[in-house]
Design a protein around this ligand. Structure first.
Ligand SMILES: Nc1ncnc2c1ncn2[C@@H]1O[C@H](COP(=O)(O)OP(=O)(O)OP(=O)(O)O)[C@@H](O)[C@H]1O
Length: 576
C-alpha cells in the first residue's frame, strides 16, 4: 500500500531492533510450544512410573523452557516497543517537517479539530501497523513451520491437520473479519475527528455561542458526537472480539481433530499413546501464538486509513513545500518588487490580487490603504512566502522569492500580523519568541517604548493572550518585533485597537528604529501618513493609486475621497 511507504521506510531504519524482536518472538513461540509439549509428555510418562531421573530431566526441561519463554517474550516486547516508539518519533518529525511549510494551505481546507485528530490520533494509530500487522505474521509462520516439522516426526496426519487449521486461521478467519471490517471501515476515526472538531469549535467560540444563545445546542451536538464515537468504538471492539472468538473456535476444533486422529492412530498402532497429550498441547499452544492473525486485518485497514489521512493532509495544499534556496541579504535594507502578481485563493472564484505591480525601494516607508477585503494582508502573506502567487513574480533585492530560502526571508522580516498569536507563559516568554538573547533591561526598555510600562516580564499570559486587551496584545506584538533585527518591516494593522495618542507615540518609536529599513504599514486610519514616502491605495485586489500623501491629495482621487470621509467622520473640516 502506497500510503504505508513512510512506515516501511521508518521500519528499515529500525531494522536491528526489528530483527531482535522477531528473534525474541520466535524463541518465545518455540519455547512455548516446547514447554507445553514437554508438560504433556511428562504427565503421560508419569502413568508408566518412569525412573526418577526421567522425571527430573523433564521437570528441569519444563522449568528451563518456562524461563526461556518469559525472557525471550520480554526481549520481544522490549525491542518491538523500542522500535515502534523510535518509528513514531521519526514519523512525527517527518510529518511536522512536511506540515509546517504548507500550514496556510492546510488551514484553508481542514478544520483545526480535524487536523488535531490527524496529528495526534492518526500518527499514533500507525504504531499498530508494526506491532500488530508487519512482524507478528513472520513469527507465527516461523513457529508454526517448526511445530509442523516437530509433529510430523510423530504423525503426518496430525501435521496435515495443523496445516489445514493454520490455513483457516491465516486466510478464512481474517477474510470473514475483513468483510465485516469494510462496513465499519474508518468510522471510528471519522467520528473521533468529528468530536475533536466539535470540541475545538465550542472551546474557541464559547463566548459567541453563549451570547448568541447557541451554547446549549452546540453542547447537544457535542454529546451526540461523543455518543456516536462511543457507539462506533463499541462496534469496532465487538468486531475485534468476533475475530478472536472465531480464532479460539478454530483452535479448539483443530485440537479436537488432533485428539480424534491421535486416538485413531493409537488404536491403529501407528502412534504411541504417550505422545497424544504432547501433540494436543503443542497444537493448542501454536494456535494461541497465532491469535494475532485474526485481528491483523482490522489493524491493517486501520493503519492504512490513518496513513492515507496523513498523506492527504500533507498533499492537499496549494503551497508547495519549500525547496532550499538562496539567502536574502540581511546587511542591507531590502528592496521589494512585485511584477504582475495575481493571487487566487483555492476554491475562490475571484482573485484576491489582480495583476499587481509595485516597487518598494530599499529604506522606503510605504503605507497600504484600502477598504476591507481589498487584498492588503494577502500581499504580506505572499512576501513572507506563506503563499505562492498564482502568476507573476516577487523579488527581494532583485532575487525572485521562488529562489529564496523562506527561513532567510523570515529572518530578515519584522512582522506583525493582524492576529498575532500569544502563547501560554510569561510576558518574557512571549517577547523572546524569536530565540534571540536579550537582557531583562532590554526587554523592559522595549515594553516602555510601546507604552506598556506597567507590564512586568514575569506577568502571566494566557493561551491566545486571553487575559490581555486587544490594544495590549498589539503593543506586545510590536515590542516583540522591535527586539528583532530584520531589515524589512511588515506591519499589518499593528495599532488598529490603540487610541490616537498611544498609536502616534508607538509608531514614532517604530519609525525611529526602522529609519534605515524598508517598511510596509497596512492601515485603515489615514492619519499620520504625511511622513510616508509612498501610499498605495488598493481596491478589490487592484492598485488604484500610488504616490506621496501630498501627490494623492492633489490628485483628488480615491485617497482624497477616503481622507475627506475620514475627516467628516471625526468631525473635522473636509479638505478643500
Ligand atoms: N484564507 C482565505 N481563503 C479564501 N479567501 C480568502 C482567504 N483570506 C482572505 N481571503 C479573501 O481574499 C480577499 C483579500 O483578503 P485580505 O485579507 O488580503 O484583505 P484585506 O485588504 O487585508 O482586508 P482587511 O482590511 O479586512 O484585513 C478577501 O476577499 C477575502 O475574502
Amino acid at each position: 500500500m502506497n500510503e504505508l511507504a513512510m512506515m516501511s521506510k521508518a521500519m528499515i531504519q529500525e531494522r536491528k531492533d526489528i530483527l531482535l524482536s522477531i528473534l525474541g518472538g520466535f524463541v518465545a513461540g518455540i519455547a512455548g510450544v516446547g514447554l507445553f509439549s514437554a508438560s504433556g509428555y511428562m504427565i503421560a510418562q508419569t502413568v508408566f512410573a518412569p525412573p526418577l531421573y526421567t522425571l527430573i530431566v523433564l521437570t528441569s526441561m519444563v522449568k528451563l523452557l518456562g524461563f526461556v519463554r518469559a525472557a525471550s517474550r520480554y526481549g520481544e516486547r522490549l525491542y518491538s516497543h523500542r522500535a515502534t516508539f523510535s518509528m513514531l518519533s521519526r514519523l512525527r518529525t517527518s510529518f511536522f517537517a512536511k506540515l509546517i511549510p504548507i500550514t496556510p494551505g492546510i488551514l484553508n481546507k481542514n478544520r483545526s479539530g480535524d487536523l488535531l485528530a490527524r496529528i495526534v490520533g492518526d500518527v499514533e494509530s500507525l504504531q499498530n501497523y508494526f506491532l500488530r500487522v508487519a512482524y507478528p505474521p513472520i513469527i507465527v509462520v516461523m513457529v508454526f513451520l517448526s511445530t509442523v516439522l516437530f509433529t510430523s516426526v510423530y504423525s503426518l496426519w496430525v501435521a496435515c491437520l495443523l496445516v489445514l487449521g493454520m490455513l483457516i486461521t491465516a486466510f478464512v478467519v481474517p477474510g470473514i473479519v475483513l468483510l465485516g471490517q469494510r462496513k465499519i471501515h474508518g468510522r471510528v476515526r471519522q467520528q473521533r475527528a468529528l468530536l475533536s472538531t466539535e470540541v475545538t469549535e465550542v472551546l474557541y467560540g464559547f463566548r459567541d455561542l453563549k451570547v448568541y444563545g447557541q451554547l446549549e445546542q452546540r453542547e447537544q451536538q457535542l454529546q451526540q458526537a461523543s455518543a456516536a464515537l462511543a457507539l462506533e468504538q463499541q462496534r469496532a471492539a465487538g468486531h475485534l472480539l468476533l475475530g478472536q472468538s472465531m480464532h479460539i473456535f478454530v483452535t479448539y476444533l483443530v485440537t479436537w481433530g488432533v485428539l480424534v486422529v491421535g486416538a485413531w492412530l493409537i488404536m491403529d498402532g501407528s502412534l504411541a499413546g504417550v505422545y497424544l497429550a504432547m501433540l494436543i498441547l503443542a497444537t493448542q499452544t501454536v494456535f494461541e501464538e497465532a491469535t494475532a492473525m485474526a485481528v491483523l486485518p482490522v489493524y491493517k485497514q486501520d493503519s492504512e486509513h490513518a496513513a492515507r489521512r496523513l498523506t492527504e493532509t500533507v498533499q492537499s495544499s496549494d503551497v508547495q513545500p519549500a525547496q532550499p534556496g538562496g539567502q536574502c541579504a540581511t546587511e542591507q535594507a531590502v528592496s521589494v518588487q512585485l511584477s504582475h502578481v495575481t493571487f487566487q485563493y483555492e476554491g475562490e472564484w475571484r482573485a484576491a490580487l489582480n495583476d499587481i505591480s509595485i516597487t518598494f525601494p530599499p529604506g522606503s516607508k510605504t503605507a497600504i490603504v484600502g477598504p476591507s477585503g481589498s487584498g492588503k494582508s494577502t500581499i504580506v502573506d505572499l512576501l513572507l512566502k506563506l503563499r505562492e502567487p498564482t502568476s507573476g513574480d516577487i523579488q527581494l533585492n532583485d532575487v525572485s522569492l521562488s529562489k529564496l530560502d523562506e527561513e532567510s526571508i523570515w529572518q530578515t522580516s519584522n512582522v506583525v500580523l493582524q492576529q498575532g498569536h500569544f502563547f501560554k507563559g510569561t510576558v518574557r516568554d512571549n517577547l523572546l519568541l524569536n530565540g534571540e538573547e536579550h537582557a531583562d533591561e532590554q526587554l523592559a526598555a522595549v515594553l516602555n517604548k510601546v507604552q506598556l510600562p506597567n507590564m512586568s516580564l514575569g506577568d502571566t499570559v494566557y493561551e491566545k493572550g486571553e487575559n490581555l486587551s486587544d490594544g495590549e496584545k498589539q503593543r506586545l506584538a510590536l515590542a516583540r518585533v522591535m527586539l528583532r533585527s530584520g531589515r524589512m518591516w511588515l506591519l499589518d494593522e499593528p495599532t488598529s485597537s490603540l487610541d490616537y495618542v498611544t498609536e502616534q507615540h508607538v509608531l514614532q518609536q517604530v519609525f525611529a528604529q526602522s529609519a534605515d529599513d524598508t517598511l510596509l504599514l497596512i492601515c485603515h486610519r489615514l492619519t499620520g501618513l504625511e511622513k510616508m514616502d509612498q501610499i498605495v491605495v488598493m481596491d478589490r485586489g487592484m492598485i488604484v493609486e500610488t504616490g506621496s500623501f501630498k501627490e494623492l491629495m492633489e490628485q483628488q482621487g480615491y485617497f482624497y475621497e477616503m481622507k475627506n470621509i475620514e475627516l467628516q467622520m471625526i468631525g473635522d473640516q473636509p479638505s478643500a
